[in-house]
Design a protein around this ligand. Sequence first.
Ligand SMILES: [Zn+2]
Length: 306
Amino acid sequence: MRFLSVLITFIAIILSVVLGFGMYNDSRDIERFEKETEVFEKQSAIYRTEIDGLTPKISEASAEKESLQAEINAIKKRIIYKTQPTAFLTFDDGTSYHTLQILDILKENNIKATFFVVGTQIENGGSASKEAIRRIVEEGHVLAIHAYEHEYNKIYSSAEAYFEDFAKITALLHDMTGYTPKIVRLPSGTYSARSFCERYAGSRDVYYDIVSRLYAEGYTVIDWNVDTEDYTTATGVDNIVKNAVSGAKERLNREYKAAVILMHDTADTVSALQRVIDGVKELNMGFEVLVQGGYVTRQIAETEKP
Ligand SMILES: [Zn+2]
C-alpha cells in the first residue's frame, strides 16, 4: 500500500515536470512564432510596396516592347521594299457599285488593296456601298479613311472643321465594322491640302495642325507616288493603264521600290484594272496593302512646320 502511494507520488512528480517543461517549451514556441510572424508581415509589406511600385513599370516596359516591335516590323518592311518591288493598289472616293466590281477583279487575281472611303458616298450609295464596305473587310482588304464630305472649302476651312468631318467618318466606319481604321489620306493629298488650307482657312498652319494632330492620335497619313489620273473621264482607260504601269516602273529605280498607285472609284478604273494588274505583274512587282508604319510616301517628314 505504501509502495503504491510512493509510486503514484513519484509518477505525479515525473508527469508534472514533463508537462511543465512542455508548457514552458510551448509558450517559447508561440513567442518565437509570433516574432517570426511579425518579421514576415513586415517583410511582406515591404515586398507589396515594391511590387506596387514595379507593376506600372512592368506594363510601361511591355508597352514599350510592343511599340518597339511594331517599329522593327515597319523597318523590316521598308527594308524589304529596297529589294522587293511592291505595288500598293489604292482606291479613293468609294464606295459604290464600282467598288463591288473592283472587289470582284481583285478576288479573281487574289490581290489585296487599300480603300480610302468617303462618308457621303457610303450613305448615299444605297445597298451596294454598304455591301462594298462589308466585303472590303471580309475579303481582307484595308479599309482606310478619306473624309466624310469630300468638300475642300468645308474640311479645310479650319482644323476644327476638319476634325468635325473626321469624327463623322470614323463614327460611320466604326458603326459599320466595329473598328476605326488608322490609315488616312487627305482629300486631294497633303500637297494640295496645304494650298486649300491657305485658301479656305487663311493659313498653311492649319494643314500642319491637322496632320500633327492625326499623328498624335495614332493615325498614319499616306499619299501616293503614282497617279493614274483616273479622277477625270478625259484620261480614258488606255491612259489609266499607261500611267499606272509606267509610274510603277519608274519606282523600280528608286531606293524604295514601292509604288503607291492612286486610283478612284470610277467606271474607267474598273475597265482598266485587269490591265493595270497584268502590267504591274510583268514588272515582277508584288502587291501589298498599306499598313501603319509600313511604306509611307513623301508627307511623313513634312508634318512639322517648316
Ligand atoms: Zn478623293
